[in-house]
Design a protein around this ligand. Structure first.
Ligand code: UDP
Length: 326
């Protein structure tokens, strides 16, 4: 079985579905602090906390775990600046508890949800995996700290790992089973769709004076279904001994500005809404775009669902189907 920490969360739930399709048997491990019980959908699930070593020990004792996908963690940049202790506790201490449980039980294979936030403000884009890592917030720093721990567990204990550095995860399951539902929501695309649905009076454009073509931030939006398939391909390659332990970027290699996202949302939803230009948000680099050659070379993976229109259409479809959001 494959233990999926955070398997009831946004990216975890999509990946659990992809694992099942590929013939793996996932076991969701989630404390449901931000994950959704409605996302379990019949998959075996264990209610537990990665920060609690007893919970982890029980899960590893009760189920025959062959490998781990580690999604559980905190992921809000702004919150991490205000409460860094939460980020080091969950993302680093919780991660170490997981590594220790794996070591105790002899489980060797780990795929970790890392982030482009580990790079900090890039010196150049596209950003390759060898770019310097100088995170500018505790979120990115806690992810980087865990990456470093994995590397030393690899050296000392033979851990086999992939650290998948996501750029901007977005979109929803094509069949509308899962989607993005955070509380509070801080991400651009769900906020734009809430404005389109009339649930929010406006969307804010956080900064219009960046050194980018239209003055707004540029991000590499990657469809969550593409992220899910990268995990499955990574797991197969890792367990099949076809790939070395390493970090791999997951993105499309091209970027969209905040204004482009807003325009695409207006076009696709057919709804107009007000976009207010405001000051920059602290900690936002002007442009984050992935260099994607390594994912292609090492995993044979490229993004196929990740056009901006498809991302917005799938997110709108999921949000419209589920009353919870609108
Ligand atoms: N953004 C924005 N308005 C919002 C939320 C986000 O203009 O209400 C911008 C933000 O400054 C960033 C981009 O949208 O440049 C993506 O932000 P998001 O929070 O979705 O992802 P992040 O890049 O922080 O991981």
């Amino acid at each position: 079985m494959i233990l999926v920490t955070g398997g009831a969360g946004y990216i975890g739930s999509h990946t659990v579905k992809a694992l099942k399709k590929a013939g793996f048997q996932p076991l969701i491990f989630d404390n449901f602090s931000t994950g959704h019980r409605a996302f379990i959908k019949g998959t075996p699930a264990f209610e537990g906390d990665i920060c609690n070593s007893d919970d982890l020990a029980r899960a590893f004792a009760e189920y025959p775990i062959d490998g781990v996908l580690h999604f559980a963690g905190r992921a809000l940049v702004g919150e991490s600046i205000e409460k860094p202790e939460l980020y080091y506790e969950t993302n680093l201490h919780g991660g170490l508890s997981l590594l220790n449980a794996m070591k105790t039980c002899g489980v060797k294979f780990l795929i970790f949800s890392s982030s482009c936030a580990t790079y900090g403000t890039p010196q150049q884009v596209p950003i390759s995996e060898d770019h310097a890592q100088n995170p500018i917030n505790p979120y990115g720093d806690s992810k980087l700290a865990f990456e470093r721990a994995m590397r030393w567990f690899h050296e000392a204990h033979g851990l086999r790992y992939l650290s998948l550095r996501y750029f901007n995860a977005a979109g929803a399951d094509a069949e509308g089973e899962f989607g993005e539902d955070h509380d509070p929501e801080t991400h651009l695309i769900p906020l734009v769709l809430k404005a389109a649905a009339g649930r929010h009076p406006e969307v804010k454009i956080l900064g219009t004076d960046y050194p980018t073509p239209d003055g707004t931030c540029v991000r590499d939006y990657i469809h969550v279904t593409d992220l899910a398939s990268a995990h499955v391909m990574g797991l197969e390659a890792l367990m099949g001994g076809r790939v070395e332990s390493q970090a791999i970027n997951l993105g499309t290699g091209s970027g969209c500005s905040v204004r482009e996202v807003i325009e695409a949302a207006r076009r696709i939803t057919g709804k107009d809404f007000f976009a207010r230009e405001t000051a920059r948000r602290p900690g936002d680099p002007p442009a984050l775009i992935a260099a994607v050659d390594r994912a292609k070379k090492v995993l044979g993976w490229t993004a196929v669902e990740s056009g901006l229109d498809n991302i917005i259409r799938s997110a709108w479809n999921w949000a419209s189907k589920t009353n919870q959001a609108w």
